[in-house]
Design a protein around this ligand. Structure first.
Ligand SMILES: C[S@@+](CC[C@H](N)C(=O)[O-])C[C@H]1O[C@@H](n2cnc3c(N)ncnc32)[C@H](O)[C@@H]1O
Length: 209
C-alpha cells in the first residue's frame, strides 16, 4: 500500500509579520536573509510605536531599515504599521540595542543609525542606564560603514549635553547638521512634546573615514 505523501510537502507560507526572530543570538545577522532586495541599511534604535520608521521607510524605498525595540508591544505596533503599508524594506527585531549593534550587526554594515528620544533616566543614580554613554560612540562606529552617520534627538537638555559630550570628544566622529527633510519625519514622542510646546534638540555625527 502506498501512503499519501502530500502532507509531507512543505506548503509555501505567506509572511504575516516583519518581526525577525534570530535563530541564534550569538551569530552575526545574515542581512541578505532579512530583506528581499539587498540595499543600504539603516537602523532605528528604540523605535517605539514605529511612527517615524514606518513613514520614513515608505518615503525611502531604496534603503532597508531595521527597527530595534526591546518592548514587544511597541515592536508589534511598528510591525503592524509597516506590514499594512506593504513595506518590504522594514524588519523589526526585539533586542537590547547596544548588544545588537555590538554583536549582531556585521562590522561596517550600516550607513545610518537613528536614535530618537532614548529614555533619559533623569535621576543621577540612574544615569548609568543611559544608552548613550562614553563607550557608545565606539560601539556605533564599528557598526557604521565609512562616512556612516548617527542622528540623535531628545527633549531632555541634560541628556542632550551628555550626548554631545560623548560624541564631541570621540575622535571617531565629527558633528554635522541634521537635514531638514529628515527633521520633517516626527516620532510619536516628538509629536507629544511638540503639541505641549517642548522643543526637540537635534544632533548628527558622521564617522570620520
Ligand atoms: C522614550 S521611548 C521613544 C520611542 C520613539 N523613539 C519615539 O520617539 O517615539 C524610548 C524607546 O526606546 C526603547 N528602548 C530603551 N532602551 C532600549 C534599549 N537599550 N534597547 C532597545 N530599546 C530600548 C524603549 O522601550 C522605548 O520604546
Amino acid at each position: 500500500m502506498t501512503l499519501p505523501t502530500s502532507h509531507l510537502t512543505p506548503t509555501p507560507t505567506t509572511p504575516t509579520s516583519l518581526i525577525h526572530i534570530p535563530e541564534n543570538y550569538f551569530e552575526i545577522l545574515r542581512l541578505e536573509t532579512l530583506f528581499p532586495v539587498p540595499q543600504p541599511l539603516e537602523v532605528e534604535i528604540g523605535s517605539g510605536d514605529g511612527s517615524f520608521l514606518a513613514a520614513y521607510a515608505a518615503a525611502r524605498t531604496g534603503v532597508n531599515f531595521v527597527g530595534v525595540e526591546r518592548l514587544l508591544g511597541r515592536l508589534r505596533k511598528l510591525d503592524k504599521k509597516a506590514f499594512r503599508a506593504g513595506l518590504t524594506n522594514v524588519c523589526c527585531v526585539r533586542i537590547e540595542a547596544s548588544y545588537f549593534l555590538e554583536f549582531m550587526i556585521p562590522k561596517a554594515g550600516v550607513c545610518a543609525v537613528h536614535i530618537y528620544f532614548p529614555d533619559p533616566w533623569p535621576k543621577r543614580r540612574h544615569h548609568k542606564n543611559r544608552l548613550i554613554n562614553e563607550r557608545f560612540p565606539e560601539i556605533v562606529a564599528q557598526a557604521l560603514g565609512p562616512s556612516g552617520i548617527v542622528y540623535l534627538r531628545t527633549d531632555d537638555a541634560a541628556y542632550f549635553d551628555q550626548m554631545i559630550e560623548c560624541f564631541g570628544k570621540s575622535p571617531l566622529f565629527q558633528s554635522e547638521d541634521t537635514p531638514g527633510d529628515l527633521r520633517k519625519f516626527l516620532t510619536d514622542f516628538e509629536r507629544g512634546f511638540t503639541d505641549r510646546g517642548v522643543p526637540t534638540r537635534h544632533a548628527a555625527y558622521r564617522k570620520i573615514s
